[in-house]
Design a protein around this ligand. Sequence first.
Ligand code: ZN
Ligand code: ZN
Length: 336
Amino acid sequence: MFAARYEPGRKSLIVQDIPTPELRPHEVLLKIQAAGICHSDLHVLDGEVPFPNSFTMGHEGCGQLVEKASEAPADLKIGGTYAVHGPNPCGNCVYCRTGHDNLCNDPGRSWIGLGEDGAYADYLKVAARNVVEVPAGVSPAVAAVATDAVLTPYHAMKTLANIRMEQTVLVLGLGGLGSNGVQIALALGAYVIASDIRDSSLELARTLGAHEVVHAQELDGKVKGKKIDVVADFVGRESTFTQAQMLVRPGGIILLIGLGASNVPLATVAAAGSEIRVQGSFWGTSVELGELLRHIADGKIRPEVETGNLEDVSNWLEELRSGKVRSRMALVPKVA
Ligand SMILES: [Zn+2]
Ligand SMILES: [Zn+2]
């Protein structure tokens, strides 16, 4: 089968013809219908996050279940469409057993498409517990990007920050994740202020229904003094993180979602004096993935997605690198 693979030390994917995976107990085989591409792939290929082994890339997968091991749960349907929970949790460790399976630290497994074989292939095998059924009406392309680009802001905003009605949320950075973040905050009932440096992104936020849209350079003057309960920083650079500290209300939360810089400064005296909480976040849980797919099916969240051919994944990753992908991109196999 076709597979686009990471090789340690190589800066681009290598396309190979490899055997279709054989199932071990408790696994299922998906025929890939869509695979999202992500900046994390570029960080890995650039050597910033090195892996010692080679593997098929692609951590945002969705496919049709075509085979399952006899031990796999009876309710998984042959022919059904399933999204892959990329963290690939073990199901047994204390994090998995307490509902925090995004934090699974079992040393025996790694993430799908980031250490373990992923979705840039004709087929993907995965532990049966790590697939989530895609509801009718949600396309494989949307489900694929939902597994990361929607799940990550959903986990941060709904679960970690507990955003709810009557709260005011400031979203900094309106790229693929941030524009989904605007929709999630609106779906949770919040008053949403959206900010970016790009006029086209501000226009998008307006069409998504943000209550206020403010250019980043005008933010301090226009927003200061408003009681902002949560600042969701989808950029994670010094400029946005500093703005977040100035604008969040005492006792409020700064969600650190974007990781644009490896270090950002924290004004310790001010942060202590106003009891600001800085909340890190990582991906999302399998339960949340199921929830948000239902929100998408209900039309409460409508992720923007562009599509291209899966076989051209290397070219699309270069397009992503050069900033030509406007929202999020899911690659689909050519129709045979
Ligand atoms: Zn990703
Ligand atoms: Zn675990």
